[in-house]
Design a protein around this ligand. Sequence first.
Ligand code: FRU
Length: 493
Amino acid sequence: MISEALQRARDYESRYAPLIPDTERPLFHATPSVGWMNDPNGFSFYRGECHLFYQYHPYSCEWGPMHWGHLKTKDFIRWERLPVVLAPDKLYDSAGCFSGSAQELPDGRHLLLYTGVRRKGETDVQTQCVAVGDGVNYEKYSLNPVLDETDLPQGGSRADFRDPKLWASDSGYDAVIGNRTPDGSGAALLFHSPDGFQWTFARTLDRSQNRYGRMWECPDYFPLGGRQILFVSPQDMTPIGLEFHAGNGVVCLIGEEGKSGFVRQAVQAVDYGIDFYAPQTLLTPDGRRVMIGWMQNWNTVGHRLPGCRWFGQMSVPRELSLRDGRLTQAPVRELEQYRGEAVRYRGVPLEGPLTLPGVRGRVLDMTVSVRPAGDRLRAFRLYIAEGKGYETALRWDPEEGVMELDRSGSGICQDVVHARRFPVQAEDGGLTLRVVLDRFSVEVFASGGRAAASAVLCTPQEADGIRFEADGAALLDVEKYELVFDGREGESR
Ligand code: FRU
């Protein structure tokens, strides 16, 4: 049975989504059908295809009562639009269907576990709820909510109890859920279920204790490279050195499962750019751990493309690995299938500014390596989306081991943060950078993906120049591919 609220949302998106021209969207980054998108939800394989749901307010480009929008993909790059699946139409989710996750059940149904929010007096009450469906239509479980405040450990907040991420375990399913402890800061709680419907609290995995932000949103917990990884997206982060500057950042806690639970060993930021939050991961059938995040951030979320009828996009899905104890990221390998002809340069002397024939564009996958040429390399700069007074800069100081991503010249005229600095150490005195552009964004993977940085751009598409610059002398290698979809290329010439 489709509720009135869900039918209304479906009618609305089928009427208005087709009015958005393709030219106003990125070519391969997931965007909402119409209106507002935030967190990725329910990122999962179901009947051999990858489904991605998202926090969705179809009726405006602002956050509002949350629905779940729906996309699916066969290769993480091309997305097919499906009708909205959840609307806030029950008492327990009347203030919104917040973030959650999905799993395929042994009986062939797709199970969604999400947070239902309702207002009670002055506060929100957040509970966990289930819906099951067939990949298109989903029905809310009659015994919802399946977890409420009575399931919390002592002192846990019922107003901040959200974002369940579930996975199949030996004896059914486990889920990690964000909560707020009496000290006001976040915790990641582990729950267990034999069947996906009946849930009980197992233990607290880890807590912020006011060190890594306040409320921990959107946790995820998974094995990687022989360790256990806990992702959390804390609100109100205090920066530590060059880490965690985003206010709402994503923190990767690396540890092991000891006898008494998760033992934290190392902590790092997941993305050092301006726009990345609330990621979710899945395990692909061929064993890769793939992450997708919201390429936005609550602290800088204000800007809009003029006249645009959608807002919010996802990052490119990224393969995760652990290298030397560090989380490492690379765009999913499927992206390479969309590479057009290569433009390659090897060992080009770089002293001062340089442009290279064939190296320009706004939809591309480019790898750049610089190494010192005899003399010390004092600085390297890469400018993208350049022209007509616009530019977005990546500036690297090898001695300091710091890179800066600066989009002040990217066409966003609002007084929000436009630059971030993050650690990128020299390797043999040089640097390798992979840069992925898709019309309205840049994603940077430095040093083989040891540091990733994402930012949205509002730069007009005609500003498609790319320029290299060095202080001192360097040798430059460039391998640049346009990304080509249905014969439609990026804007490069
Ligand atoms: C994170 C978040 C989640 C919540 C959702 C609401 O961005 O605040 O904690 O479920 O967004 O849209």
